[in-house]
Design a protein around this ligand. Structure first.
Ligand code: GLP
Length: 233
């Protein structure tokens, strides 16, 4: 793993921007994208830039079940607001949280991923080491699946909702095997709250108890972290 330490999220976003700029100039075709507060500054760098994504396909990691794309808390809405409305892609896939048949939707998403191999996958990390919505205990060979969110994740994500009772308890998420199939992975994490997860990911055993620890087995991973997130390394 290549670790880049930065002073703050703004510097992290600029470093990440450089990675996207060179990926685009080297002809990247498919970007795996993520939500959460962490990538917002990077998306701002991208939308403020002259970079052109009209020949690039994007595939997002996950979506809440039960929220449609017009719901301000949905990840589709988030992506439209922070990136796609300002920087249209050739095609942007986000898992469907409103499908009548979630298993079929998951299978369909795997087909999309296999038809569009991901060149560069962006990740954040949950406090418990989750990536996407792959919670501790998720099989390393998992593909797209339906997730029962842990209380820790529900509590962590409640900050985005007016009422914590409104936080969905389930999601559809790209699996760990799908994330690992990306040619290159960029993970960003900021703040002291992420320090334990970062230490477990980088130095802990590779275990399904810490989903992000699987990244130790990937050949091309870059991690951008601030000083607070790096304190336990
Ligand atoms: C959610 C998302 C993850 C994200 C995590 C951390 O659980 N499904 O993809 O990495 O939140 O979010 P934040 O960046 O806001 O800390």
């Amino acid at each position: 793993m290549k670790i880049i330490k930065v002073k703050n999220p703004a510097e992290g976003a600029r470093k990440a921007f450089d990675i996207y700029q060179s990926a685009l100039s080297s002809g990247v075709k498919v970007l795996g994208l993520a939500t959460g507060s962490t990538p917002i500054a990077l998306y701002k760098e991208l939308t403020d830039s002259v970079l052109d994504f009209s020949n690039v396909t994007s595939i997002n990691l996950d979506e809440y079940l039960g929220l449609d794309g017009n719901n301000e808390q949905s990840y589709r809405y988030f992506m439209n607001q922070h990136l796609f409305n300002k920087k249209p892609f050739k095609k942007s896939y986000v898992p469907d949280g409103m499908s009548e048949d979630h298993k079929a939707a998951a299978k369909q998403y795997d087909k999309i991923i296999s038809e569009h191999p991901i060149d560069l996958q962006l990740l954040g990390i949950g406090l418990n080491g989750h990536i996407g919505f792959n919670e501790p205990g998720t099989a390393f060979d998992s593909t797209t699946h339906i997730v029962d969110l842990t209380q820790s994740t529900i509590d962590a994500n409640a900050r985005f909702f007016d009422n914590s009772a409104d936080v969905p308890t389930q999601a559809i998420s790209m699996g760990i095997a799908s994330v690992m199939s990306a040619k290159e992975i960029l993970l960003m994490a900021y703040g002291a709250g992420k320090a334990d997860a970062i230490a477990a990911m980088v130095n802990g055993p590779v275990t399904e108890k810490v989903p992000a620890s699987i990244l130790q087995n990937h050949k091309n991973v870059t991690i951008i972290i601030d000083e607070a997130a790096a304190t336990k390394l």
